[in-house]
Ligand binder design. Structure first.
Ligand SMILES: Nc1ncnc2c1ncn2[C@@H]1O[C@H](CN(CC[C@H](N)C(=O)O)CC2CN(Cc3cccs3)C2)[C@@H](O)[C@H]1O
Length: 156
C-alpha cells in the first residue's frame, strides 16, 4: 500500500550517495562519486517537475527561446516527462556513456512513477557517474563524446 511505498521511498531518498558535480571530460559539468559506490546500489533519484509528455516539444522550444540551451528533460514514458530545469537535483548533471557504470530505472513509489539511478558496477571515489540515455534515434544527430571503446558515435 502507499504507506509502505512511501516509507521505502523515503529510505531510498535518505540513501542518496555522496556526489560531487564538477567539470567533466565528457561534456561540460558531470556528476562524480564522492564515496565508493557498489554494484546494485541506489545512487540518486532523477528529480524534476512532472508534466505531460505531449507538451515536451512546447517546453523544449520555450527553453530554446529563453536561451536556456538543451534541456534537463527526462522522458519517463509516452505520457510523462520530468523537467529538472527549474526544480531538480544534481541528477540532471549526469552525462551519457555508451559504456556506463549506472542505469536508469522507472519505479513506482507512493503511487507515482519515478526515475532512479542504480550502479551497474562498483564505482570508485572521483569516477564520473554515467548512464545510457537511450535517446530515440533522430534525424539531427548529437555526436557522443563518451570516449568509450564501444562508443556508438551518437547520443540519438
Ligand atoms: N556522452 C555525451 N556526449 C556528448 N554530449 C553529452 C554526453 N552526455 C551528455 N551530453 C550533453 O549533456 C546534455 C545533458 N546534460 C547533462 C549535464 C551536462 N553535461 C551539463 O553540463 O549540463 C543536461 C543538459 C542541460 N543542458 C545545459 C547545458 C549546459 C551546457 C551546454 S547546454 C545540458 C545532453 O543533452 C548533451 O547535450
Amino acid at each position: 500500500n502507499d504507506g509502505s511505498d512511501l516509507l521505502r521511498f523515503n529510505q531510498l531518498e535518505s540513501r542518496t550517495k555522496k556526489l560531487r558535480f564538477s567539470k567533466s571530460a565528457i561534456h561540460d559539468w558531470g556528476l562524480f562519486a564522492g564515496e565508493p559506490i557498489y554494484q546494485g546500489e541506489f545512487v540518486i533519484e532523477y528529480i524534476g517537475e512532472r508534466f505531460r509528455g505531449a507538451l515536451e516539444d512546447i517546453r523544449e522550444a520555450q527553453y530554446e527561446y529563453e536561451g536556456i540551451g538543451s534541456s534537463y528533460l527526462f522522458r519517463i514514458d509516452n505520457e510523462t516527462v520530468l523537467d529538472a530545469t527549474k526544480c531538480g537535483n544534481v541528477a540532471r548533471f549526469i552525462n551519457h556513456s555508451c559504456d556506463p557504470n549506472c542505469f536508469a530505472k522507472t519505479i513506482v513509489a507512493d503511487g507515482t512513477k519515478r526515475i532512479v539511478i542504480y550502479a551497474s558496477q562498483d564505482i570508485s571515489v572521483g569516477e564520473e557517474v554515467t548512464y545510457d540515455y537511450k535517446f530515440p534515434a533522430e534525424e539531427v544527430k548529437i555526436p557522443c563524446l563518451c570516449g568509450s571503446v564501444n562508443c556508438r558515435g551518437y547520443l540519438n
